[in-house]
Write a protein that binds this ligand. Structure first.
Ligand SMILES: N[C@@H](CCC(=O)N[C@@H](CS)C(=O)NCC(=O)O)C(=O)O
Length: 313
């Protein structure tokens, strides 16, 4: 995996620390406010990828907060040459720039450099792009989600608090669970996949399956992590569950068990999948295909049955 060094794409990798994969920290800290998100419908673009779990989180919030009509979506993807392709190998017109100025890009990293010609960092999705100031507002999914929630709260406070857990649950408890899920599982699967020593892999894989066991236990007597309704923790977890059997099990060395070997967790994941139009945010074919862009043969998708929602499955 390459990255951008002082505005130039370079094929180097700076993501390992003592054989352990370290997810790079975002360069855009949450200094922006986007209060006009709804009054200025169409100004902010969400740029993501169907295969990316962090993009998926932002897609879920865009849907659950009812923001689809206000935030245009652009999905990158295709063969990875110099990181993410901006538009499946075709050129892509940067939103907000004049067509006659020919501001088109082929690789996503060009957007980062368009935004800051001395940028050093990774070229990642998701991105929240401001088509008015022609700048990247954030490339950190949790910040983007936070911005979307705050912007929704300006207009519709009830909608913005819809995903808050029951009032008896403290903010501290939610944060603690979210951190555990992120560290052991959502990021843990990448630490297993990208480990450069047996020891780094062993630690990562133990974390992943301990977390799955913990969740299975937690869901024995409740429908969602904090009760009868899904809340933030459920939605932050969901993208990683969706990818488990077709991606992490097959490609990240997480092959000890599959999601469907955990009866409660498997049922719970399908319950989330069948909430509202969440299924539209999941593109199994794209997740599967993303592992084979650079190989001549694309294997047949593993069979999965997300459609059926009964407890015997
Ligand atoms: N902290 C970021 C992580 C985003 C991220 O790592 N995205 C991956 C795709 S799933 C990516 O773009 N990787 C390309 C790279 O690291 O060069 C977030 O949560 O938004």
């Amino acid at each position: 995996m390459g990255m951008i060094i002082n505005g130039q794409w370079e094929e180097i990798d700076r993501i390992h620390d003592k054989s352990r994969y370290q997810r790079p920290v975002s360069k855009y800290n949450n200094k922006y406010k986007i209060e006009d998100l709804i009054s200025n419908s169409g100004r902010y673009y969400l740029i993501g990828s169907w295969s990316c779990p962090w993009s998926h989180r932002t897609l879920i919030y865009r849907h659950l907060l009812g923001l689809e009509k206000h935030i245009p979506l652009h999905m990158t993807g295709g063969k990875k040459i110099q990181g993410y392709s901006a538009n499946h190998g075709d050129s892509w017109h940067i939103p907000g720039t004049l067509k006659e100025d020919h501001q088109s890009i082929t690789h996503l990293h060009e957007l980062y450099v368009f935004n800051d010609k001395h940028y050093t960092g990774r070229s990642t999705v998701p991105i929240l792009w401001d088509s008015k100031t022609l700048s990247i507002i954030s490339n950190e999914s949790t910040d983007i989600i936070d911005l979307l929630i705050k912007a929704t709260g300006q207009i519709n406070p009830q909608q913005a608090t819809l995903l808050d857990p029951p009032s008896a649950i403290t903010h501290k408890a939610v944060l603690a669970l979210n951190t555990k899920i992120y560290e052991q599982f959502s990021n843990g699967v990448y630490q297993a996949a990208f480990a450069k020593s047996q020891q780094a892999y062993d630690i990562a894989i133990r974390n992943v399956f301990e977390l799955l066991d913990f969740l299975e236990e937690k869901l024995q007597h409740r429908r969602f992590l904090f009760g009868d309704q899904p809340s933030h923790s459920d939605w932050l977890l969901f993208p990683s569950l969706v990818r488990f059997d077709i991606e992490y099990y097959l490609h990240s060395g997480c092959c000890h068990k599959q999601l469907r070997d955990y009866p409660k967790l498997w049922l719970y994941a399908r319950r989330l999948y069948h909430t509202g139009k969440i299924a539209d945010t999941v593109n199994f074919e794209a997740i599967h295909a993303s592992n084979y862009f650079n190989t001549p043969i694309k294997p047949l998708m593993p069979t999965q049955n997300w459609q059926q929602l009964d407890s015997t499955q």
